[in-house]
Design a protein around this ligand. Structure first.
Ligand SMILES: [Zn+2]
Length: 168
């Protein structure tokens, strides 16, 4: 087999993996966010960039503290304030979704910033994206004087790990 043939097979496998397991493209999202932040005149320091990358890489809806803990090991010059400043900047450009579980700190979804439902474990605070079988109908609310009303749909329950541990 020539090296060229070899490469073609690798490409096919790569495509297959991408299609089957919906691999999240961290680098593309990082490029996208870096561009959007620059367009809005945010200065992208190495620390801020590391915060954005850590937020994208973590698919468990991390808290600010979790992100801070991860970055501190590799980039000790990053402060918790930098994590919050970066989250503020991402909020400003509409690229972060805040998830508020019943307990524990606010969690963040930078991978999918549009509104989507979550599964929240009332036992350990785990947060996961909830796959829906269809689009839920938005109920109408009869109030006056309010503006920018938003509906959040989250499911609270006990996750499989907590159930197995008998914590439910
Ligand atoms: Zn999410």
């Amino acid at each position: 087999m020539t090296p060229h043939q070899d490469w073609r097979i690798l490409c096919a496998i790569g495509l297959l993996v991408r299609n089957c397991s919906k691999v999240y493209d961290v680098d593309s999202r990082l490029d996208e966010l870096a561009g959007l932040l620059r367009d809005s005149n945010y200065r992208l320091t190495p620390q801020r960039l590391a915060v954005v990358r850590a937020l994208i890489e973590d698919d468990e809806h991390p808290s600010a503290e979790t992100v801070y803990g991860r970055i501190r090991a590799t980039l000790p010059t990053t402060s918790l304030a930098t994590v919050y400043n970066t989250l503020d900047a991402l909020r400003e450009i509409g690229q972060v979704l805040e998830v508020r579980p019943g307990q524990g700190p606010v969690r963040y979804d930078v991978r999918q910033p549009h509104r989507h439902p979550h599964l929240l474990c009332t036992c350990c605070g785990r947060v996961e994206d909830a796959p829906l079988s269809g689009e839920p109908a938005r109920p109408e609310v009869q109030v006056q004087g309010w503006r920018e009303l938003d509906v959040r749909l989250d499911f609270q329950g006990v996750c499989p790990t907590c159930r197995e541990a008998g914590d439910e």
